[in-house]
Design a protein around this ligand. Sequence first.
Ligand code: OAD
Length: 230
Amino acid sequence: MTRIVILTGAGISAESGLGTFRDEDGLWARHRIEDVATPGGFARDPALVHGFYNARRAQAAAARPNAAHRALARLQARHAGDVVIITQNVDALHEAAGSTGVLHMHGTLAGALCGGCGHRWPAPPEMSIATPCPACGRGPARPDVVWFGEMPYHLERIEAALDRADIFAAIGTSGQVYPAAAYARHAALRGAHTVELNLEPSANTGDFAECRHGRATDLVPAWVAQLLVE
Ligand code: OAD
């Protein structure tokens, strides 16, 4: 039974109305990474950082999964072998579409993390520096997202899945942020067939055996339909 490992990025949620990072008018055209997505930025101006993630949490809560998220959930439900979804996204649209066991390597907007004691709890819709940590009472409370300079989550489980993959697909990701950008090469070296499904060639398009370019809501349902009849 084929084992399928899928990496998703902001491009899969773009047609649900959530902005990507590096496209024209993306989040990083309007905000400086070092201000809102680094531990140093949070230390300098926690209110600014909370405001950025509060806005993203509200947008994500209003978004609905699209045909690409739903196709991946269908693949998980109907494919006889393992289907592991790794996402760099902090929204919950894979889960909303019915996917299970999603590895959120960059954390999730649904979570709060205490920067003092490491306790995790469900994030309220609006967080601020005054949000108390339910465990230690001190904080500072921060979104449970991974910032630049921090270690992504679930790395051991991800590497184990890549080692065993027969098919690896990257969907809607620019291939510019490591370690995720190295996963296609990793899987290929272990013998997987590698597929890129993206609007345009990614920065590491040369690492893929097969590339399909277009919108996720077109490409992903077609790719899943093909896998389910094979
Ligand atoms: P990017 O914004 O870097 O890349 C999004 C990719 O999706 C681009 O290659 C687009 O061409 C493509 N795309 C846009 N719309 C699409 C559509 N409708 N269908 C298919 N593809 C589409 O986002 P990521 O690669 O996810 O990390 O970014 C990786 C990480 O960088 C993020 O998790 C975040 C960011 O900084 C942190 O904040 C730590």
